[in-house]
Design a protein around this ligand. Sequence first.
Ligand SMILES: Nc1ncnc2c1ncn2[C@@H]1O[C@H](COP(=O)(O)OP(=O)(O)OP(=O)(O)O)[C@@H](O)[C@H]1O
Ligand SMILES: [Mg+2]
Length: 251
Amino acid sequence: MKLVVEGVGKDYLIPVIDSVSFGVAAGEFVCLLGPNGCGKTTLLRIVGGLEPATRGRVLLDGEPVTADGRHRDRVGVVFQEDRLLPWMTLRDNVALVLKPLGVAAAGRRATAERYLQLVGLGGFEGYYPGRVSGGMRQRAAIARALAIEPDLLLMDEPFGALDAQNRRIMQNEVRRIWRETGRTIVFVTHSIEEAVAIGTTLVMLSARPSRVRELIGNDGRVERAKLVDDLNTMIMEEVERQQGAAPGPVP
Ligand SMILES: Nc1ncnc2c1ncn2[C@@H]1O[C@H](COP(=O)(O)OP(=O)(O)OP(=O)(O)O)[C@@H](O)[C@H]1O
Ligand SMILES: [Mg+2]
């Protein structure tokens, strides 16, 4: 699904996003980077229609996203926490999201099992979230987002809570799922190494109120180590700028 972000801005008590514009073709793997608090989660929520923008608009295949839920079944979201229901098996957690789409019980179950298989959880369908590891819960959350077969998959630091090994494994898994399903992905991360390892388009946001500081096509033409260095320099500058512009104590 083609994604266009057009002059999107958001004001809460303070302006958080000034104006962000970028566009990506269907099937891109976009990584969104930027200093803490610059509005990455806010932007992701606006793109998913979970939060209205103060200015600008988001277009999915040319159609504006609205915050009225109309796009929910075309957009899958994976949050930083897995948000699984502890009293339901992994299978039922995944199957649950298919109910509003009108899928019959047998179909929900079959689809849930197919996606749990895809994320490497075959055999664990009947387990409760409390009985599997954090990495496995995060995989189940990814299966749940994929099960609705969304055109656009939004992921907000989904591996933030994982250890280094599991993080690497999950990065590879998400790359594989991305290749196999051809979905457009927007992935928020604070790890520059992670973004350079998995993204095809890297969007670096500036300090709050944010704009796009740099949009980089990660097609292998720039050497990875150099890209990591350049992005590290940029983010340090933006972190410093943001600290210099701290809003002060809450009145
Ligand atoms: N619902 C809200 N009401 C008021 N202010 C909010 C709300 N949500 C976010 N903010 C503010 O917007 C700013 C950006 O928040 P956001 O969570 O989007 O940043 P982020 O880039 O995702 O940060 P992090 O890297 O820590 O995840 C913060 O200053 C935050 O206080
Ligand atoms: Mg965030």
